[in-house]
Design a binder for this molecule. Structure first.
Ligand code: UDP
Length: 413
């Protein structure tokens, strides 16, 4: 399925104003060099998840720049998505992938075998779900096109020794691509394929990140019964054990004995993961009906409300114990907020401890750092300002596009 209902791109001039003329002209130079090249992005979901969020901004932006880009989404039965979720967990280091799942995987690839368009020149395939589509290209097509595999997953070491195992199949498929792209050097597998590092990015003009009127922020607080006069600390995350929302509540309870404040936990309800409900139940039990703990359960399109809640916060927490990159950290830094976050995965790529936030590993450390920021507002403001400039330089949409086009420029025929 080709996505045809994308919103238009906000004005390119506005992006240029945000990132500066120099970066923008580097992008325009690349666009000139790639003039006439037709791009195709392929993933497995139109809504929900970081990849869809990225493509929603990325594809209109490329078209506005003058590079024709289509976004295609594979379609498959629910059984396929169960298998790929298990695969995702396996790649992040958990057991559970059974050899019998491989046939379900191939069935979905066969159903989507025509998804790669005849007239696309550079095809970027995102994550393991559509990885196998490369098998259906003829040798001539493989010669003419450029195929990139972009992996957004926190890849642990994937065992590939056993022939026919999923790790071995993935390796063989990835090695058919002309290049692979990872979010961080930590996730690079030692496979025989040219590899590039491109960190994720946020769109500063999306509903999630654009400036909001104060009145809208106030109205959002009022809607959820949050007191604007009492300091607010917030974590935005799916209700997932790896995001440690229970640890956040435990840290909050230690701070609240020392200073008045409120905790806002923002998470999603649209979750087909049974574990999510278990985590939410544990969160509610740990919160014990405390009136200063606001547990929000928002629909998936609550971008403006999340934006408002992040902006209303004094400190943002992201106490993850495993984290691919942590776009919530990027979003918070861009809003000028100091962040207290787990020292794991992609978070240290965004937070320099003591400079634009704090990296923590325990509940007590989390509590101490939040309390310190609440008591030192000037320092908190300085950290937030540094965080915003850091994101402006490294983690905004135009930089992500520039990096991606530079890879295409290197691999093109
Ligand atoms: N998010 C959301 N609603 C929620 C929870 C999260 O829109 O209830 C968004 C959040 O703002 C961010 C993304 O989902 O843009 C989460 O990305 P991140 O990299 O932080 O974590 P992931 O969920 O991919 O592990």
């Amino acid at each position: 399925m080709i996505v045809t209902d994308l919103p238009g791109c906000p004005s390119l001039k506005e992006y240029q104003r945000i990132v500066g003329a120099e970066q923008f002209s580097a992008i325009e130079d690349l666009v000139d060099r790639l003039s006439g090249v037709r791009l195709q992005e392929i993933n497995s979901t139109r809504y929900g998840g970081g990849v869809a969020e990225i493509l929603m901004s990325y594809v209109p932006f490329l078209n506005a720049l003058g590079l024709e880009t289509v976004w295609s989404v594979m379609e498959a039965e629910p059984a396929f998505f169960d298998v790929t979720k298990t695969l995702h967990n396996f790649l992040q280091g958990r057991d559970g992938f059974a050899p019998s799942m491989i046939e379900t995987y191939w069935e979905a690839q066969r159903q989507n075998e025509a998804l790669i368009e005849d007239d696309s020149d550079v095809v970027t395939v995102h994550d393991p779900q559509p990885l196998g589509l490369v098998e259906f290209l003829t040798a001539r097509e493989l010669e003419r096109k450029r195929l990139l595999w972009r992996c957004h997953v926190h890849l642990e070491t994937v065992p590939t020794a056993t022939a026919g195992s999923i790790g071995n199949i993935m390796r063989r498929l990835v090695e058919k691509y002309h290049a692979s792209i990872f979010s961080s050097f930590q996730y690079l597998p030692l496979w025989n394929v040219p590899s590039f590092i491109i960190p994720p990015f946020i769109d500063p003009l999306s509903e999630k990140n654009r400036d909001l009127p104060e009145a809208e922020i106030d109205a959002t607080l009022a809607k959820y019964g949050i007191d604007p006069a009492k300091p607010i600390v917030t974590q935005v995350s799916r209700y997932d054990v790896f995001k440690d929302p229970v640890g956040v509540i435990q840290a909050f309870k230690r701070i609240r004995r020392k200073t008045p404040c409120q905790l806002v936990l923002v998470g999603g309800r649209a979750c087909d993961d049974p574990e999510c409900y278990l985590v939410l139940r544990e969160v509610r039990e740990t919160a014990e009906d405390d009136p200063d703990i606001h547990i929000l359960d928002l629909p998936p399109d609550s971008h403006r409300e999340i934006n408002a809640l992040q902006r209303a916060s004094d400190v943002i927490i992201q106490k993850s114990i495993k984290e691919g990159f942590g776009l919530t950290v990027t979003e918070a830094l861009w809003k000028g907020k100091p962040v207290v976050a787990g020292n794991v995965g992609g978070i240290p790529l965004q937070i320099r401890d003591g400079w634009n936030g704090y990296l923590v590993s325990t509940v007590q450390e989390t509590a101490d750092r939040i309390l310190y920021l609440l008591r030192h507002q000037e320092l908190a403001g300085e950290m937030g300002a540094r965080g915003r400039e850091f994101v402006r330089e490294y983690y905004l949409l135009p930089r992500g596009v520039q990096d991606h086009l530079a890879v295409i420029d290197q691999v093109k025929n």
